[in-house]
Write a protein that binds this ligand. Structure first.
Ligand SMILES: Cc1cc2nc3c(=O)[nH]c(=O)nc-3n(C[C@H](O)[C@H](O)[C@H](O)COP(=O)(O)OP(=O)(O)OC[C@H]3O[C@@H](n4cnc5c(N)ncnc54)[C@H](O)[C@@H]3O)c2cc1C
Length: 517
């Protein structure tokens, strides 16, 4: 019998990812609070026992610690959607881009009825979460926080990145030394969650390792939560398969879901919280009719202009990107343009593999920060062993074609710099002709678009009067007591950045809100 049957806890946090690890570590700073952190994947406790795929900051880990989800992009195109299953969550497998959103992004959350999440209110948490190795002494930054952040030094850039930087400057992007400055605009080095340039620092390493000695924080790895259980209207615990065993119930004073933008809504749905009709169709008793659960999924589509490399320019083992543009230069839209040192086509842009006749490409990529299209997470079954259905709904809003077409043309302009083109053996599925041919460009976008793995918005934060809101600004699920969601799901709208750092901030901000409740 599990000891947890007898020993109840104050807080159960489900999922030890970018938000959950942070939240559990912060809540357990209070020695009188007993926190149980449940994670479906393994927990590695030190660098020496951490597998190389998780340490290697230059290569995303897409297979060995993944849930193995797939997602529909557009039409009948499906791709792998490699969300992580390990403590640290997707921060343990990702590309280590550590960029804040813009102040406007968080003010938009505030104006959607969540004033506690305005830029003014979240900025202190961005400062306290970081140990900025370059600009930590500046007012907008922090030093000594858990997450080390460093930027690429000029001498660490590949030739491609140096030439991309020059091409961007020539195209009118101003130089931006610090993309995490609130007013940053232009081209500059990517801030990255690394201290050593080669080692990825996940939230497991930065938050859980330092808390390892706490008696009041217990981590339960390899244990998957099915659903939340209730007493009356109050969440009273979770049903969980501990270490792959049979399902059992662990009780707690409060349950906080931090299982990420796909799994948190799935757990809510299995717990009877979601669109009533959808739940009934699956034979799940409806506890709370909340149409917003699983709806409003938004992600960041990416596409680009890619080439097979000439010998000598394979950039094997190099970081995917090092230099990036951030909003805005004349003639370019507000998307994110980056030079890609190398993409392994086994995993990225799988359709290009057939055309490329090669396994790796390089080039210039655009990521659409804020698409108009929305997708949805639904349950394929009430059985927790069956993966939820992820429909990213890309290109379901016509306006996204226009944004991506502008983006591809922007990539073309930057990639056409002679020093970049010279490194390529052959362009892949794209040439100058299609830049002036709207239909050909549209076809290229439909066939080529891929995900940048930043899903958010499936348990949106908003006031009780908002029919699509799932949690209030204290992260409490509407209509039930003692149940919270704290992760990427709650973002009311997408940030103009990769999402990891904003999710760490969500963990920090929520901990401050939940500590006293
Ligand atoms: C391959 C990849 C690369 C990325 N690269 C970057 C990048 O470079 N920069 C950036 O800003 N963002 C990046 N992202 C996005 C970023 O990592 C996510 O936005 C962020 O990690 C989301 O945090 P989260 O806490 O919401 O979810 P996650 O970090 O995914 O954590 C959820 C955790 O919950 C666990 N869990 C799920 N279901 C259950 C269950 N039923 N029971 C118990 N545990 C459960 C999972 O195993 C996981 O550990 C990347 C994402 C991926 C997948």
């Amino acid at each position: 019998m599990s000891p947890w049957k007898a020993s109840d806890v104050d807080d159960i946090v489900v999922g030890a990812g970018s938000a959950g690890a942070v939240l559990a570590a912060r809540l357990s700073e209070d020695p009188s609070r007993r926190v149980l952190l449940i994670e479906a994947g393994p927990h590695y406790r030190a660098t020496g026992t951490t597998p190389p795929d998780l340490l290697d900051a230059n290569t995303m880990s897409l297979v060995h610690h993944s849930w193995g989800f797939t997602a529909r992009l557009t039409g009948d195109r499906r791709v792998m959607f490699p969300l992580a299953k390990v403590t640290g969550g997707s921060s343990a497998v990702g590309n280590t881009v550590a960029i804040r959103g813009t102040p406007h992004d968080y003010d938009e959350w505030a104006s959607a009825g969540n004033p506690l999440w305005s830029w003014q209110n979240v900025q202190p948490f961005f400062r306290s979460l970081e140990d900025d190795l370059d600009f930590g002494d500046r007012a907008c930054h922090g030093r000594g926080g858990p997450v080390p952040i460093r930027r690429w030094r000029p001498e660490e850039l590949t030739e491609l990145q140096q030439e991309f930087r020059e091409a961007c400057l020539a195209a009118g992007h101003p130089w931006a030394e610090d993309h995490n400055h609130p007013d940053s605009t232009g081209v500059g080095p990517i801030p990255s969650n690394r201290r050593d340039p080669l080692i990825r620092i996940s939230t497991a390493m930065s938050y859980l390792w330092p808390a390892a000695e706490r008696d009041n924080l217990t981590i339960l790895p390899r244990s998957s939560v099915d659903r939340v259980v209730f007493e009356g209207d109050r969440a009273a615990g979770v049903v969980v398969a501990i270490d792959g065993g049979a399902y059992e119930t662990i009780r707690a004073g409060r349950v906080i879901l931090a299982a990420g933008a796909i799994s948190s809504p799935a757990i809510l749905l299995r717990s009877g919280i979601g669109p009533a009709e959808e739940l009934r169709a699956l034979g799940i008793d409806v506890r709370q009719d909340l149409p917003g659960v699983g709806a409003g999924l938004t992600d960041q589509p990416r596409i680009g202009v890619f080439m097979t490399p000439k010998p000598g320019y394979e950039n094997e083992g190099k970081s995917t990107g090092q230099i990036v543009t951030r909003t805005t230069a004349d003639r370019f839209n507000d998307q994110y343009y980056a030079a890609v040192n190398r993409f392994d086509l086994t995993h990225h842009f799988p359709e290009l593999r057939r055309v490329a006749g090669a396994t790796a490409v390089f080039g210039v990529m655009v990521v659409l920060r804020r698409q108009f299209s929305r997708g949805r997470v639904t349950l394929a079954s009430a059985d927790p062993y069956i993966a939820p259905a992820v429909d990213l709904g890309y290109l379901s809003d016509e306006r996204d074609y226009g944004l991506l077409a502008d983006g591809v043309r922007g990539c073309w302009e930057l990639a056409s710099s002679p020093k970049i083109l010279d490194k390529g053996e052959q362009l892949v599925a794209v040439d100058e002709r299609i830049m002036d041919d709207d239909q050909a460009l549209r076809d290229y976008i439909e066939k080529g678009v891929d995900s940048a793995y930043n899903p958010v918005g499936t348990a949106r934060m908003g006031p009780a009067g908002d029919p699509d809101a799932v949690v209030d600004q204290h992260c409490a699920v509407h209509g039930v007591d003692g149940l919270h969601v704290v992760d990427a799901s709650i973002m009311p709208s997408m940030v103009c950045a990769n999402t990891h750092l904003s999710v760490v901030m969500i963990g920090e901000r929520a901990a401050a809100l939940l500590r006293d409740r």
